[in-house]
Structure formats: C-alpha cells, structure tokens
Ligand binder design. Structure first.
Ligand code: ADP
Ligand code: MG
Length: 347
C-alpha cells in the first residue's frame, strides 16, 4: 500500500516500509486493518498472539468465531464521518480489550477500518474490586448502624416481657415468657458479636503480658465453666511481654474457652496454657471434647457457620480477625479425645 509521506525528508530517508511494520510489531496494542470484504490484509504481532494467524479467514471468524459479519459492524453501515469508534471486546480466553476503530481510505478510495485494541482486563478487575470494596464498606457501616438501633427496641421488649412474666395471674405462661426472653437474648448476642466485627480496626496494641490478661479474666471463665460443671486448669508459663490489644485478646480467649466448654461433657477439664516456643508466645486452649469432624473443620470461621442449636457461628470468625490483627497464627489439633487451639503470637 503506497501512501504519501507527510513527514520531513530526513525521516523518509531513514524509515522504510519494513521498519514501519517492525515498529507496529513492537506496540503493546493489537493493530489490524479490515478490508471491505472482511479480510484482514494487515495485522501486527500482538494481534496474531491473541487471535492466531488469520490467513484467508474473515475478521468476524477470526475475532468472534462467527460465520457472518457482526450485526453492528461499521463496514456494514454506510458511515461517512471520520470519527473514531470504540467498544469493548471480550475474547474467548476471557481477556477484555478496549478497541478503537477508525475509517482509513487509501489512494484508490477503498475504505478500510484500522483497529487497535489494548488489554484492559487488569484495569477492569481493579475497578470492579474498588467498587465492590466501596459497596462493602457502605453496607458494613449501614449494618452496624442498624444493628445498634435494633438493640433499643429489643431491650424495651425484653423489659416488658420480664415484667409481665413476674405477674402472678400470668404464671401459667411463664414458659412462653422465658422462651421469648431467651430468643431476644440470642438476637442481642448476635448483634453484639456482629458489632465487635465491624469495630474500628486500628485500635492500639500495647506491650503487655498475656498471662495478666488471663488472670484478670480468670474469675469470669471459672464462673462460666462452673455452670457446665467443667474445671478450668490454668498452666501459665513464663512468657515475654508482647503487643496486644487487651479487649480483643479477652474476647479471643472467651470465645475459644466458650467453644471448649460447649464441646465437653460435665466433669471434664479445660486447660488454658501459655508458654514460649522459640520466639513465639503460645496460647493453647485444650479441651476434652468430642473433637471436630473434617467437614466442620473446613468451615471453621465462616460467618454464621455453627453446629449448635443456639450458636451464632460468629465466634471463630471474630477470633480469626483478632488473630490477624495481632499478626498471630492459629493451629488446630483435633481428635476424638479433644481439640486444642494454638494461637502463636510473634514476639
Ligand atoms: P458457635 O460457637 O456459635 O457455633 P463458633 O464460630 O464459635 O460459633 O464455632 C463454629 C463451630 O465450630 C461450632 O458450632 C462447632 O461445631 C465448632 N467448634 C468450635 N470450637 C470447637 C471445639 N473446641 N470443639 C468442637 N467443635 C468446635
Ligand atoms: Mg462459639
């Protein structure tokens, strides 16, 4: 194809047709020229990489795998303007290209379409992720607000139910009142756990001793265990101070201990142990429960996954978040004799 060179003389001397083709092959975009009969008289290296060697095939076959021209092909429409057109193309391999086309008329007045396309798959994915994260943040914020607001009416209803439950002429309905109150408490429990999830995650870590946290928590854990006739055994080894968020670590221990207690029969022991393992502070919660089945193990920490009738399925998810924020790791060892949750904090 001959064309008039509009560039200065010195460029014409240096650059020949072959060099122009080589230059086009170096471009990161695909470039192709479509003839009025839908053949592809020119394509660059990237085009061939994406669509294969077109040979004598028609463009709609090469690009789309059709056996007829694309219905909206500019070649079919008698477009006269010189405005470029653009669209997005998804290839069979799933890559997305931003394609630009414009008419190109050669000296014999034949009208071609010059097409270029650049891979925008990664850009698209990032855009999609950003909008999704934005949406998630918005939903989380709204949900936290709503969850908080729901508590007030719940508290009111619970108060009135308790009051009515005490009335002597309503004693026959005592069971119903208790059931309703229990259900409200359960709802409140879910909201509390949910709110601790959406809490601002940048709370400070403070250098302190894990044993101290366990000791202050001790009366609460013992009281909890007593109700289920479980004995808590504390085995606190000498450990270094580490960066901890006291509130979160309390929540972590409570959740794990609670799970341990709930997994055991009366009369068993639950051990809370701390020790150093090379340069890690280890917290081990060792129960004598029935162990965790593999299919349950695979789902631990999935929100709302629970095998308990009155469970929320949020406990371990919260633990996982807390562990992550402390750069710690969780290992679980389980058998029919019991389960141990190891939390390893870096020093
Ligand atoms: P929930 O306690 O409300 O069910 P969790 O997230 O705390 O929610 O626990 C999810 C599930 O993991 C439990 O329902 C239980 O099946 C299992 N699980 C957790 N800890 C233990 C444990 N120590 N022993 C046996 N099963 C456990
Ligand atoms: Mg739990």
């Amino acid at each position: 194809m001959a064309f008039e060179n509009p560039y200065p003389q010195y460029l014409e001397q240096k650059i020949d047709t072959k060099m122009i083709f080589s230059l086009l092959d170096e471009l990161p975009q695909f470039v192709c020229l479509l003839a009025p009969d839908f053949s592809i008289p020119y394509y660059n290296r990237v085009f061939k990489q994406i669509f294969g060697d077109p040979g004598q095939k028609k463009c709609y076959d090469v690009v789309r795998g059709y056996n007829h021209p694309c219905p909206n092909c500019p070649l079919l429409n008698d477009l006269t303007d010189k405005e470029p057109f653009s669209w997005e193309l998804t290839t069979k391999s799933g890559r997305i290209y931003s394609v630009n086309g414009r008419f190109f008329t050669d000296e014999t007045n034949t009208r071609y379409i010059l097409k270029t396309g650049i891979d925008i798959t990664d850009k698209k994915k990032i855009e999609y992720d950003i909008t999704r994260i934005d949406r998630m943040n918005l939903i989380a914020e709204m949900a936290a607000g709503i969850a908080h607001e729901i508590r007030n009416p719940l508290t009111t209803v619970k108060g009135f139910l308790q009051m009515l439950g005490w009335k002597s002429d309503l004693q026959q309905y005592q069971d119903y009142y208790q059931l309703m109150i229990n259900e409200l408490e359960r709802a409140n429990c879910i909201i509390t756990e949910f709110l601790s999830l959406t809490k601002n995650q940048t709370e400070d870590l403070e250098l302190q001793n894990l044993n101290t946290i366990i000791q202050t928590l001790s009366p609460l854990i013992h009281a909890d265990a007593l109700q289920s006739e479980i004995t808590i055994v504390e085995e606190l080894g000498e450990i270094t101070d580490i960066s901890l968020n006291e509130k979160e670590v309390r929540q972590l221990i409570l959740n794990l201990v609670r799970n341990g207690i709930e997994a055991m029969e009366a009369g068993k022991d639950l051990k809370v142990k701390t020790y150093m393992d090379s340069d890690e502070v280890v917290l081990a919660i060792i129960d004598q429960g029935k162990g965790i089945e593999p299919e349950v193990l695979a789902k631990l920490g999935v929100p709302f996954f629970t095998t308990k009738e009155a469970g929320t399925g949020l406990g371990l998810m919260i633990c996982k978040n807390i562990i992550k924020r402390h750069n710690a790791k969780m290992d679980i060892v389980t058998s029919s004799k019991g389960t141990t949750f190891y939390i390893r904090f870096p020093v």
